[in-house]
Design a protein around this ligand. Structure first.
Ligand SMILES: [Zn+2]
Length: 435
């Protein structure tokens, strides 16, 4: 049956528009028509109506940085539970990082991930394969084979590629195979033993810090390698003012660099860690309030192109331990949209530019479809209520893990429906069993 999304505002992130529109979706799950509001009067027997009045229809969000944990760490998340968390958050596609067990460093793991995603059948999963075998930083994986198996990019995320020559060859080799390179920028010598941002709070808490320079020296190194090779580079999870400044200068020089940040880096600073809160422990760590302001400015100026979650599930058993021992990372798929909408209310981003950083730009960087609402394209979309206020509660979380510093916090802006290929994969009161 065809569908009529009636009323509401439609966001076109590519053209930068947010206007009242009606959307007709045909029986094959494609957008048939986008019409000015009110131009269609009668539904007729052919159309099922979804009332979107007072709401906003956006392209299905695309998260280019997610840890789905399968294979190997299914107690944290599976491809099925991660897909559920994704569609609940308004995402219709995710790119998943290779630090699974086994590492996604060969075609059979890539194919396994794609098969599990097809079985889950909720959203599109784009595997990101490892740059080096076993993510050991030594020998490059077989990029051609990985591309053929379905990988869209390469990254050793969770770890940096410390060897400069290996990273240089990775940039060249990936470019020739049409794979994006996503760099986790961290100088392991500077960060070793650190558990939070190195600053006044870490000093007061008496724990070892991770200096901003640990990120920035590697951002600078990778920018130099992108300049040397002329190949595109994408920098993951930017957290410091210094990194924003380096990326800004590189872009002004015409170097092919793009960058992402995660919602926690513009929503929280290192004070969130006070009390040894393991749900505020991530890598890179939460930085200072000056860094938070620089990240926001970087988003405003398009120095930072993408908002990605770095969704990193961990079980309570792993997180409810001494601060120093807890693993890094927080979940993010179900809070990304409201946290980003807070930037729109603050005037940092317009609504179309916020959605662009969550959809069409990551699609472009990964070289995949999606992130647009156009006639003839698949109806991958979400309908959200930007005014809906709610308390983010653990019981509502679809992810298998609940490690979020936003639990108990009042958030504004909620996804109410997610559609993939014209099929509703999530609705406001959907509760998937067994989560
Ligand atoms: Zn990382």
């Amino acid at each position: 049956m065809a569908t009529w999304i009636k009323g509401g505002v439609l966001v076109d992130p590519v053209r930068g528009l947010a206007e009242e529109r009606d959307v007709i979706i045909d029986e094959r799950g494609r957008i048939e028509k986008i019409l000015p509001k009110g131009s269609l009067r009668d539904a007729g027997p052919r159309l099922k109506i979804i009332d979107a009045s007072g709401k906003v229809t956006i392209p299905g969000l695309i998260d280019m940085h997610v840890h789905l944990r399968e294979p190997g760490h299914e107690h944290k998340e599976t491809i099925l539970t991660g897909s559920r968390a994704g569609v609940a958050g308004g995402f219709t596609a995710l790119a998943c990082m290779p630090n699974t067990d086994p590492v996604n460093d060969n075609g059979s793991v890539t194919e396994f991930i794609l098969r599990r995603a097809r079985e889950a059948d909720l959203l599109t999963v784009y595997p990101v394969a490892a740059i080096t075998s076993g993510q050991k930083g030594e020998s490059l994986t077989d990029f051609g084979h990985l591309r053929e198996a379905g990988a869209v990019g390469v990254s050793d995320d969770g770890r940096p590629v410390s060897d400069r020559e290996v990273m240089r060859r990775a940039l060249e080799y990936a470019h020739s195979h049409g794979l994006a390179v996503i760099s986790h920028c961290e100088d392991l010598g500077l960060s070793a033993g650190g558990v939070m941002h190195e600053g006044d709070i870490s000093a007061r808490m008496g724990v070892k810090g991770i200096p901003a320079a640990s990120e920035e020296v590697m951002v600078q190194r990778d920018i130099s390698l992108a300049k040397l090779t002329g190949c595109p580079l994408h920098i993951a999870h930017v957290s410091t003012a210094g990194s924003v400044a380096l990326i800004k200068r590189a872009k002004e020089e015409g170097i092919r660099v793009t960058a992402e940040t995660a919602p926690h880096y513009f929503s929280l600073d290192h004070r969130a860690v006070i009390g040894y809160n393991t749900n505020a422990k991530m890598n890179p760590p939460l930085r200072t309030s000056e860094d938070v302001e620089a990240i926001k400015k970087g988003l405003f100026e398009d120095v930072i192109d993408v908002i990605a979650t770095d969704h990193a599930p961990h079980s309570p058993l792993e997180k409810e331990v001494a601060f120093e021992k807890a693993p890094f990372g927080i979940i993010g798929l179900e809070t990304a949209l409201p946290l980003t909408l807070a930037l729109v209310r603050e005037g940092v981003l317009t609504l179309p530019s916020a959605i662009r950083k969550l959809s069409s730009t990551p699609a472009t960087i990964l070289g995949v479809a999606g992130g647009v609402l156009e006639e003839g394209k698949p109806a991958d979309l979400a309908i959200m209520d930007p005014e809906w206020e709610f308390v983010f509660e653990a019981a509502q979380i679809q992810s298998k893990s609940k490690n979020s510093p936003f639990i108990g916090k009042r958030l504004k802006g909620k996804n109410t429906l997610t559609m993939r290929g014209g099929r509703i994969v999530w609705e406001r009161d959907t509760e998937y069993p067994g989560c």
